[in-house]
Design a protein around this ligand. Sequence first.
Ligand code: ATP
Length: 511
Amino acid sequence: MAKQQDKFKQVIAHAKEYGYIFSSSEIYDGLSAVYDYGQNGVELKNNIKEYWWKSMTQMHQNIVGLDAAILMHPKTWKASGHVDAFNDPLIDNKDSKKRYRADVLVEDFREKINEKINKDIVKAKKRFKDAFDEEQYRATNPNVLRRQKQIDDITLRLTEVQNDNDLEGFRQLIIDLDIKCPVSGTANWTDVKQFNLMFATKLGASAESATDLYLRPETAQGIFVNFANVQKTGRLKIPFGIAQIGKAFRNEIVARQFIFRQREFEQMEMQFFVKPGEELEWFDYWKTQRQHWHNSLGLGEDNYRFHDHEKLAHYANAATDIEFNFPFGFKELEGIHSRTDFDLKAHEELSGKKLQFFDHEKGESYVPYVIETSIGVDRMFLAVFSSALTDETLKDGSTRTVLKLPSVLAPYKAAVLPLLKRDGLPEIAQQIVEDLKWDFKVIYDEKDAVGRRYRRQDAAGTPFCITVDHDTKEDKSVTIRYRDTMEQKRVPISELKSVLDQELSYKTWLK
Ligand code: ATP
């Protein structure tokens, strides 16, 4: 646990030191759970968005994009159910005066039991070596069985109180499990209350005529209300998808996990419209597709797990989370939901407009079903950044901190370094920057000894260093140093572009 916390602190400090993430309005002591992306952060974030955007709208002939406004007609949120049901259950500890999400308290408690099981398994693996059979161990070991039963009981009760909106029962569950406040160490809890997460604002100048609006809590509704516009003008046939990247706002009850849970954040959402009855097949299809997208970035397949929902949202008939092993444990990174025809039907009812697809072959109209994939840009950023940050001890005993970002996402693709600040080397290096800048974001650096410059680029996440030395003048070649392996290769200047193309192309990565 202490190790995890240290790692998390290191991630936050490194993100600041290298211009990735700052607290919002930091000179005024920051704004709680709001962050700004610095000069490197904005590049990494844009690259993540582009990697997703292209994988959706360029790799699929039947997926198009959209950029809807943040402000929407207030009826949107009535139809979507957000006005009535976009609540989180909150609970306060009377001694520490700290506020928590009741469901998260229970989920974290349950996860601790799960961690104990995992620890036992690791121990047993060590003891029994090759003879170890995890499935059998889980099915027979009394400790594991007892703990698994605890987990199942908690899950059952949690689902019940959530489905029944039983706030009294929620509190009782927390008391029965003897969950204590991490700050005060007591179980002196208030009642559980529901809290609506939408930010309200006003449209219009005078108080009397102003209309109440909400900042959108998800981008999805912008897609649903534009369903007919896009389908008709794009002459799209079912199945087809609409993808969107944009800001969303939630007045989160507890937001203490850096960019993981913010009050202003960005989502990358895709709604895929299908024939009713075919939605579960498409749900499986998108689970596989999204897993493939994540795996293509090489953050480590063990860092991902699927978590099927026990409690389905009011609009869903199947849902799963892709969880990532963040520095504070496995948590939701992306949601894949089978949203049925709930949203389109609700908007039809409230707006009186048809949101249907006319099937020419069958000669009939229907409201399509929807599979949604929804991932937070900021959470993806944190997943990429935290898994990339590594401390290494080298063969000579020295250490280095290296940010092993997937090169396709790295802010700068290459740093061009003249070995010395004289003898015409800077001029050659500058010329290489001039030639490469049309295709890649590259940076020129001549300050300090070359070893220190390598370390600086390692820590900033630059995947390649291109060094110009005295031999360059003779052989028109440079040395490429690879950030992760520190391997060095001699390459003719004329081939630099094709070497980088090969390393960085979407085809290499996404395929
Ligand atoms: P959680 O259970 O963690 O609150 P959620 O289930 O409410 O998340 P969704 O409504 O499914 O999340 O939103 C889709 C995605 O948007 C999430 O998987 C996550 O990546 C991102 N997201 C949601 N809330 C936040 C937030 N407050 N800050 C950053 N990203 C968020």
